[in-house]
Design a protein around this ligand. Structure first.
Ligand code: T3D
Length: 260
C-alpha cells in the first residue's frame, strides 16, 4: 500500500505504519488521519498481517492535532473533526483482531499520546516523552484519553496528568505500567520488530480474543465477564492453533501456529 504521507511496510506478518510529517513532529493533519484509518482497515482485512506496529518518523512519535490546520479551521466544526478524524482511529485500533503495538520513538503529545494509549502494547525509546498537552491550549483530552488513562493509572494520577499537562518520561511511564519495554533510542525499531515478529507467529485468533475480552472487561462486572470468558474460550478452543498447540506440547516439539 502506498500513501501520500504515512509509510506502510509489511515484513514477516508485521505491518509497520509510520506517521511521517517529521517537520511538524508528525502532528495530525486531515490527510494523515484519514490515511491512518485506511491503513488500519487494510490491517484489519489482510490475513497476512498478524501484528501491527505504529511509530513516527524523525524525532517525534506524534504531536497531536496540527495546530496550524486547527487555527485555520472553523471552531464550529470541532465535534465533527473529532468524530471523523480521531474517533474512528481509536475504534479501529480497538476492533482489529490482532495486536497493535505503539513504538513511541520520541515525544507523544495530545492526540499523539492517546493514540499510543489505545494500542495494545506500548514500547518506547529511552528519550520518549508523553504529554497530555490538551489543557496547555485550553482543550480536554480526546482520542480516548479520558477513557483509557484513568483505567490505566487510576483516577488521581490520570487527573494530574491531564490537568497539569506536564511531560512524563518513558521511565515514569514504565513505572506506572503504561510502557511495557524501553529500548535505547537507536535500538527501538530492532526491538519492536523482534516483538512484532514474535507476536505475528503466535495464535492470532487467540490474541484477538484476548483483546476482545479485555475490551469488554473495561465495562463489565465479574458475572458478565465470566460469561464472556466462557464464550470466547469456546471460540479459541475450536481454532487450528489450539489443536496445534496441544499436539506440539504432547509431541514435545515447537508449535507452528497459522493464525487460524
Ligand atoms: O481541533 C481539533 O481537531 C481538536 C483535536 C485536538 C487533538 C489534539 O491533539 S490537541 C493537542 C495538540 N498538540 C499540542 O498542543 C502539542 C503542541 N506541541 C508542543 O507542545 C511541542 O511542540 C512538543 C512538546 C510536542 C515538542 O516540543 P519541542 O520543543 O521538542 O519542539 P517544538 O520546537 O515545539 O516543535 C518543533 C516544530 O514542530 C515547530 O515548528 P518550527 O518552529 O520548527 O517550524 C513546531 O511549531 C512544530 N509543531 C510541534 N507540534 C505541532 C507543530 N506544528 C503543528 N502542530 C503541532 N501540534
Amino acid at each position: 500500500m502506498t500513501f501520500e504521507i504515512i509509510g506502510f511496510d509489511q515484513v514477516e506478518g508485521v505491518a509497520v505504519i509510520t506517521l511521517n510529517r517529521p517537520e511538524k513532529l508528525n502532528s495530525f493533519n486531515q490527510t494523515m488521519a484519514y490515511e491512518l484509518q485506511a491503513a488500519l482497515d487494510h490491517c484489519m482485512d489482510d490475513r497476512d498481517v498478524r501484528c501491527v506496529v505504529i511509530t513516527g518518523a524523525g524525532r517525534a512519535f506524534c504531536a497531536g492535532q496540527d495546530l496550524e490546520e486547527a487555527i485555520a479551521a472553523d471552531a464550529a466544526d470541532i465535534e465533527e473533526h473529532v468524530e471523523t478524524k480521531y474517533n474512528p482511529i481509536v475504534r479501529k485500533i480497538r476492533a482489529i483482531k490482532k495486536p497493535v503495538i505503539a513504538a513511541v520513538n520520541g515525544v507523544a503529545a495530545g492526540a499523539g499520546a492517546n493514540l499510543a494509549y489505545c494500542c495494545d502494547i506500548i514500547v518506547a525509546a529511552e528519550s520518549a516523552k508523553f504529554i497530555q498537552s490538551f489543557i496547555n491550549i485550553g482543550l480536554i483530552p480526546d482520542t480516548g484519553g479520558t477513557y483509557f488513562l484513568p483505567r490505566m493509572v487510576g483516577m488521581h494520577k490520570a487527573t494530574a496528568l491531564m490537568m497539569l499537562g506536564e511531560k512524563m518520561t518513558a521511565q515514569e511511564g514504565k513505572d506506572l505500567g503504561i510502557v511495557h519495554q524501553i529500548f535505547p533510542d537507536a535500538e527501538l525499531m530492532d526491538g519492536v520488530m523482534g516483538l512484532g515478529k514474535r507476536m505475528a507467529a503466535m495464535p492470532t485468533k487467540g490474541l484477538g480474543l484476548i483483546k476482545k475480552a479485555i475490551n469488554m472487561s473495561l465495562v463489565h462486572d465479574l458475572d458478565q465477564q465470566l460469561e464472556v470468558e466462557r464464550d470466547l474460550q469456546g471460540r479459541a478452543g475450536r481454532t487450528y492453533d489450539n489443536a496445534e498447540g496441544i499436539n506440539a506440547f504432547l509431541e514435545k516439539r515447537k508449535p507452528v501456529f497459522k493464525g487460524e
